[in-house]
Design a protein around this ligand. Structure first.
Ligand code: PMP
Ligand code: GLN
Length: 375
C-alpha cells in the first residue's frame, strides 16, 4: 500500500527524459547549461587533494556558517546566530522536507498557494497532515482574503515561494503587510519562505522575509547555492530559523542527512570570498531580455517575468491542445522541451501556458528561439 498514492514522477524528470530521448533542446527542467565559474572549478580541483573528505559538523562547516551570516547581513541587514539559527542543507528540497517533517503534526493543515512548485505536498502528506491549496489571483498575486478564509485552528504553516516558480512573480511590500496582519490574528501559524531565487530578480528588488521584523520569530527561510551559483547538481543550500524551531529541525536533520557533503561545503565557503551575489540578477536579466527579444516575433505570448530563470508563455494562438500534449508535441515535432503549467496546479488547470528555462548559453537560446519562431 502506497503512502503517497497520488504522487507521480516529477514533471521535470519526465520532460528532461523525453527531451533526451528526442534529442530536443531542454528548456524544461530548471538548470543552467553553461560552464560554472572557473574559479569554482579551480577550488574544487585543489580541495580534492586536501583533507576535506570526512564528516563535517552537523549544522555545517564553521567557516561556511560564518560566511552565510555575513551574506545575510550584507543582503538583508539581518544578524543571524550561526550556532542556533542556521543550518546547511543538502539543497533547498531537503531544507523544505526537513522543516515540514520537524514542525507539522498529524491533522495539521498547511496552506500551499496554487500554482506551486512540486516539493511541498509530499512531506505534508507523510506527516499525515493536510495540504490546503489556495488559488493565487489570475495575475499570480496572493489573494489574502481567500488565504485568510482558508485559515483554521488547524493551520500550522503557510508556504510562500518568492520569487515564484513557475510564474516569476515576486511578492510586494503590501503582500508582506497583509501576511503580517493575518499572522497577528493567527499566532500559531508558521511561515516557510522558499527564496531559492532570491538573487534572481530584475527591475524590482526582492523583498526577503529576512527583512520583515514581524516574521522573524515564526518563519523558516530557505536558500539554495545551487541556484545562486549555477550548480544545481551540488544540492547545497541552507535554512534560517528561530532557535525554538531550529532545535526541532536539527533533530530531524541529524537522522535524515547528519551532515552535508564536505567538499561542496568547503568549496562554497572558499568561493564566497571571491564572488558577489550582486551580479546574479543582472546576469539573468540579460538572459531574460535576450530570450524575450528572440521570441518577440513568434506566435507565443510572453507573460511578465519579474524574477527566477523561467519565462512563461501562452501558446493559445497556436493550438487548442492541452498543455501536456502541446509540450510533448513541441519536443517530438519541434525539438524544444518545456514544462506544462497545469502540472503546478492541484486540479490540473489548463491555461495554455508553458514554462521555458532561460538559464542557457546564448547559442542554445538562439537555436531554441529559431525553432519556436518557426511554429
Ligand atoms: N524551491 C523551488 C521553488 C525550486 O524551484 C527548486 C528547484 N530546484 C527548489 C526549491 C529546490 O532547490 P534545490 O535544488 O536546492 O533542492
Ligand atoms: N526546480 C527545478 C525546476 O523547477 C527542478 C528541480 C527538479 O527536477 N527537482 O525546473
Amino acid at each position: 500500500m502506497s503512502k503517497l498514492p497520488n504522487i507521480t514522477t516529477s514533471i521535470f524528470t519526465v520532460m528532461s527524459k523525453m527531451a533526451a530521448e528526442y534529442n530536443a533542446i531542454n528548456l524544461s527542467q530548471g538548470f543552467p547549461n553553461f560552464p560554472v565559474d572557473e574559479r569554482l572549478t579551480v577550488i574544487v580541483a585543489k580541495l580534492a587533494k586536501e583533507n576535506v573528505h570526512q564528516y563535517l559538523p552537523m549544522s555545517g562547516y564553521q567557516p561556511l556558517l560564518s560566511k552565510i551570516v555575513t551574506l545575510v547581513k550584507k543582503s538583508y541587514d539581518r544578524t543571524i546566530q550561526a550556532g542556533t539559527e542556521l543550518l546547511v542543507t543538502a539543497g533547498a528540497t531537503q531544507a523544505i522536507f526537513t522543516t515540514i517533517l520537524a514542525l507539522v503534526k498529524t491533522n495539521d493543515e498547511v496552506l500551499i498557494l496554487d500554482p506551486s512548485y512540486d516539493c511541498y505536498e509530499a512531506p505534508v502528506l507523510l506527516c499525515n497532515a493536510n495540504p490546503v491549496r489556495v488559488a493565487l489571483n489570475d495575475d499570480y498575486t496572493p489573494n489574502w482574503e481567500i488565504i485568510e478564509k482558508a485559515c483554521t485552528s488547524k493551520t500550522k504553516m503557510i508556504i510562500i515561494n518568492n520569487p515564484h516558480n513557475p510564474t516569476g512573480k515576486i511578492l510586494k511590500q503590501s503582500d508582506f503587510e497583509s501576511l503580517e496582519i493575518l499572522l497577528e490574528k493567527y499566532p500559531d501559524i508558521l511561515v516557510l519562505s522558499d527564496e531559492v531565487y532570491e538573487y534572481i530578480t530584475f527591475q524590482e528588488k526582492h523583498i526577503s522575509a529576512h527583512t520583515r521584523r514581524k516574521l522573524l520569530n515564526r518563519c523558516v527561510m530557505i536558500s539554495s547555492f545551487g541556484k545562486s551559483f549555477h550548480v544545481t547538481g551540488w544540492k547545497i543550500g541552507y535554512l534560517v530559523a528561530p532557535e525554538y524551531l531550529m532545535k526541532e529541525i536539527k533533530k530531524v536533520h541529524q537522522f535524515l542527512v547528519f551532515s552535508v557533503n564536505s567538499i561542496c561545503q568547503v568549496a562554497i565557503s572558499d568561493y564566497l570570498d571571491l564572488v558577489s551575489v550582486d551580479e546574479i540578477g543582472k546576469f539573468y536579466q540579460e538572459k531574460r531580455d535576450y530570450f524575450r527579444q528572440l521570441l518577440k516575433d513568434s506566435r507565443f505570448t510572453l507573460m511578465p517575468c519579474e524574477g527566477t530563470y523561467f519565462q512563461v508563455v501562452s501558446y493559445a494562438a497556436i493550438s487548442n491542445e492541452n498543455d501536456v500534449d502541446f509540450c510533448k508535441r513541441l519536443i517530438v515535432e519541434h525539438g524544444v522541451a518545456a514544462i506544462p503549467i497545469s502540472t503546478f496546479y492541484t486540479d490540473g488547470k489548463d491555461l495554455k501556458l508553458i514554462r521555458f528555462c532561460f538559464a542557457k548559453d546564448n547559442a542554445t537560446l538562439e537555436e531554441a528561439a529559431k525553432r519556436l519562431c518557426a511554429i
